[in-house]
Write a protein that binds this ligand. Structure first.
Ligand code: NAG
Ligand code: NAG
Ligand code: NAG
Length: 473
């Protein structure tokens, strides 16, 4: 029987990475059971579920990005995984990068592929406006020949699609000769317009045409969205054009100097795409606007103040919430009962070290796969400044009963020893499975890499030794 352990940990003061070492076979995935981020390798046929008759259509949405943009991918995975699944539609979001050239990227991207299975590596040299879009659209029909999609789309890594809204708008559109997006430039001759690069979608036949049309290969230079529009226009393709004006737009909030115009305005609830999400704050405000943080449960493990400290003054209609300073989202884990023992491992880190957290969860997931033993990881942090972190850690070492600003420091009291199993999880809102109790609690740093299988083996004998001599077996 699987249980879903939604470990959404947000610790304002102490950083915690939680590793369950559950030595019983099961499967675990950071983004589990999401159709758009499933583990199907990109070249294989999709699961039977993906072709169920209940899906009105299937869409492959490629996020064009670069190998080294780890943090952005981690954020996009979170953002899409936490969206409600679109009704009766399969939308597979995949990251599209060119050939990987650096040693570190080869290893780290390989780990991500093993853990998430959502990256497509094209045989091209990384570029923005020199043919990557062509390589993608012309490659996809071959890569997915075994299980063609109805639509294929391209978007930027600073764009955020609302998949439910997208599915609803595509549902009653033609499945052939379709060209969907935001018509740019606005207010110009429709004959000269193209779909903005923030995100556009064509039907599968159009992608097949691009793949089959050799001469397009020699016409790839220039702004990719404009070039794409030129191909279709010159050959009379994509005649079913649908522009989502006002529902696709560039981000705007009251702290920006820009004003609203035909392609830029404040967030609206019927959004299909928000574009120009260039930094964490814009992402945070956008995700909060779309209620992505509503799933945060109360827990003694963290306190996250979602109230804006000083809300931005708005130049436009819609209200834009301010971001929080110490927000953190973690991951969901799936595990079974009756492991040999359980370990809580706290990795001291800071809220703003997103990339570090993303990487450690990818490598831990990989370990789990190999072991067929699930573990879940979460990480979170103290206050945001390094100074606070140091103080907090110092306190946790020197004073078990730390002050309120380091209230979770007591978790470290029994490092390496048996710990009161009720300490952490008696609280109903702890965000973990009820009844989950730990045998051990540990502390590590965020530049340390624990190997869960080896650690489990090392501890297993000790757990038994403790059991035979300990007071509460
Ligand atoms: C990638 O493309 C280059 C040049 O087009 C070719 O020589 C090479 O064999 C290709 N690599 C793969 C793995 O297909
Ligand atoms: C977010 O949730 C609030 C409260 O439930 C709701 O009023 C609002 O419409 C939601 N926002 C969006 C964009 O769906
Ligand atoms: C309706 C249906 O076919 N559901 C299947 C989806 O995939 C899972 C796992 O592969 C199956 O267990 C379901 O029966």
């Amino acid at each position: 029987m699987k249980k879903l352990s939604s470990s959404l940990l947000v610790l304002p003061f102490l950083v915690l990475a939680v590793i369950y070492l559950l030595v019983s076979p099961n499967d675990f995935s950071i983004v589990s059971s999401r159709t758009r981020c499933n583990d199907t390798p990109v070249t294989s046929t999709p699961s039977t579920n993906a072709t169920e008759p209940t899906a009105d259509f299937r869409l492959l949405l490629g996020v064009v990005t670069r190998a080294e943009l780890y943090e952005r991918r981690a954020l996009l995975r979170l953002a899409y995984a936490l969206q409600p699944a679109p009704a009766r539609a399969v939308i597979d979001v995949r990251f599209v990068v060119c050939r990987i050239t650096r040693e570190e990227d080869a290893v780290l991207v390989a780990l991500e592929i093993i853990a998430h299975g959502d990256i497509i590596v094209l045989n091209c040299t990384e570029n923005m406006d020199d043919g990557k879009t062509h390589t993608y659209f012309s490659g996809v029909p071959k890569l997915f020949a075994g299980a063609p999609y109805d639509y294929v789309g391209k978007t930027d890594d600073d764009s955020y699609y609302r998949l439910g809204a997208l599915a609803d708008t595509l549902r009653d559109k033609p499945r052939r000769d379709l060209y969907h997006g935001f018509l740019a430039p606005c207010h110009t001759d429709p004959g000269m317009q193209f779909m903005s690069g923030m995100g556009y979608i064509v039907s599968w036949d159009v992608a097949a045409w691009i793949a089959a049309t050799e001469e397009l290969k020699n016409d790839v230079t220039g702004p990719e969205d404009e070039v794409f529009g030129r191909w279709l226009r010159s050959s009379g393709k994509g005649m079913n054009r649908y522009g989502e004006q006002t529902r696709m737009y560039d981000y705007l909030d009251g702290e920006m100097r820009d004003g609203a115009n035909c392609f830029r305005h404040a967030l609206v609830s019927d959004t299909v795409v928000v574009h120009k999400l260039k930094d964490r704050l814009k992402w945070a405000r956008t995700l909060r606007f779309f209620n992505a943080t509503q799933g945060l449960r109360t827990s003694m493990l963290y306190h996250v103040d979602m109230q804006p400290a000083s809300p931005p003054v708005l130049a436009t209609v819609c209200s834009v919430p301010a971001a929080t300073t110490n927000q953190h989202l973690a991951t969901n884990g799936v595990y079974t009962a009756s492991p040999d023992f359980r370990l809580l491992l706290g990795a001291l880190t800071r809220a703003d070290l997103y990339e570090r957290r993303a990487r450690s969860s990818a490598s831990l997931t990989r370990s789990n796969r190999r072991l067929a033993a699930p573990s879940s990881t979460s990480a979170s942090s103290c206050a945001t400044s390094p100074r606070r972190r140091t103080r907090c850690r110092w306190r946790s070492r020197s004073s078990p009963t730390a002050t309120s600003s380091c209230s979770t420091a007591r978790l470290h009291r029994g490092y390496g020893q048996r710990q009161d199993p009720h300490l952490l999880l008696d609280h109903p809102g702890a965000g973990m499975s009820a009844g989950a109790r730990y045998d051990y609690v540990g502390k590590t740093d965020d530049d340390t890499y624990y190997r869960p299988p080896a650690l489990a083996d090392a501890l297993r004998g000790k757990a038994q030794a403790t059991c035979t001599t300990g007071p509460d077996s």
